[in-house]
Design a protein around this ligand. Structure first.
Ligand code: XIL
Length: 361
């Protein structure tokens, strides 16, 4: 046995006596950064602060942190005149202390709107509120946030508008230019942040998702033509293990078209729901792992894609537990680490895809 193998075996033995940490050695952040890619995950304040073992695993695997909920209006803005920065400050400080990149989520979204904001009718007042919010929040963290989801999920072809934009509170009051305004205001508050347009349900080859992809390309093109500082597309990537609608050629072409507009690409919220997969635990885990493998092996061919974020790191803390529980009551296992913070089959797929991808420039 070579010295290297012996050392590796020792590391595994040493760490297996500590069930909360994965064996030392390869990590997702290490495999990613060897190719010039940044890997990280969403987490929330209470889990990172209170669960010491989760925190250690997070630091072991991740080079980037995003706040799962703490920068959303519903958390940040208890009222029109107040901000609740405590949880977000903690997360941004945590990232600074541990030299993690930070991804901010999100500045303008139709969802997570506090009650007081829903009651504001006057367009001029809404404009002021949006500009003040973005100026205050982005300004507070300027220099500490690498990237911001400036606008989230603004395309919704089902709403029937010719421009395919969602008929959100912001759009109804301010028209389509609320998007331009959000990006320009964020850029003014932090000229160095990477500003992302983030979108969901654009990964699969279904008629609805094809329309949304067309709407996203159209929006990005319009923003670019108008000189709006949009630097990247965020592809959320909430995937389904039971889906048979992923067409590599369709998705690959979409990513090329996005890159052709001169914007970078981030995978911003990747996870794989197993809610419609039947079978043994091992069969479910392998369906999830195969979904990661098939998706990433295509997505990572596009070198404009420079960041991969999973929506959570451990199955212990996944939003799918409550948002989309399995009908059979079994626990969801959508993420790279299991409940004991050990690598899952999904971890191996992600690691394998990182090993095989081309170098980012
Ligand atoms: C989710 C969080 O994970 C949950 O904790 C919360 O209850 C609802 O929001 N797309 C997004 C994210 O852009 O903000 C959502 O996060 C998941 C879907």
């Amino acid at each position: 046995m070579s010295k290297l193998l012996a050392a590796g075996a020792f590391a595994v033995l040493r760490f297996s006596s500590h069930p909360a940490l994965a064996a030392e050695g390869e990590t997702l952040k290490g495999l990613a950064s060897a190719k010039g890619l940044l890997y990280g995950a969403a987490a929330n304040y209470s889990n990172l602060r209170n669960d010491v073992q989760f925190r250690a695993a997070f630091l072991q695997q991740c080079g980037l942190l995003t706040a799962e909920n703490e920068l959303k209006w519903a958390v940040l803005r208890p009222s029109r005149s107040t901000f609740n920065f405590t949880p977000a400050d903690w997360l941004v400080d945590f990232a600074q202390q541990h030299k993690l990149a930070f991804h901010g989520h999100t500045l303008a979204w139709h969802h997570s709107i506090p009650g007081w904001l829903q009651d504001v009718q006057d367009p001029a007042a809404l404009r002021t509120i949006l500009v003040d919010h973005i100026t205050t929040v982005v300004g507070r963290y300027a220099g500490k946030v690498r990237s911001w989801d400036a606008v989230n999920e603004a395309v919704q072809p089902e709403d029937g508008r010719p421009d395919m934009l969602r008929n959100s509170l912001w759009l109804k009051a301010l028209g389509p230019d609320y998007i331009d305004l959000a990006f320009r205001t964020a850029a003014a508050a932090d000229p160095h942040a990477l500003l992302v347009y983030n979108e969901h349900q654009i990964e699969y080859d279904t008629p609805d998702q094809a329309k949304r992809r067309a709407g996203v390309l159209r929006l990005l093109q319009r923003l670019k033509n108008n000189g709006v500082p949009v630097h990247a597309l965020g592809v959320q990537s909430h995937l389904r293990a039971a889906s048979n609608s992923f067409r590599p050629a369709v998705f690959r072409r979409f990513l090329s078209e996005v890159a052709g507009l001169g914007v970078r690409i981030l995978i911003t919220e990747m996870d794989v729901t197993d809610r419609d997969v039947q079978g043994s635990a091992a069969q479910i885990d392998s369906a999830v792992a195969n979904t990661y493998r098939d998706y990433l092996s295509i997505a990572l061919q596009e070198t404009a894609l420079t960041t991969v974020i999973t929506w959570g790191l451990s199955n212990l803390y996944t939003w799918l537990k409550t948002e989309s529980p399995r009908p059979d009551g079994a626990q969801s296992r959508p993420l790279p680490l299991d409940n004991n913070l050990q690598p899952t089959a999904a971890w191996k797929s992600i690691a394998g895809a990182f090993r095989q991808m081309p170098n980012r420039s």
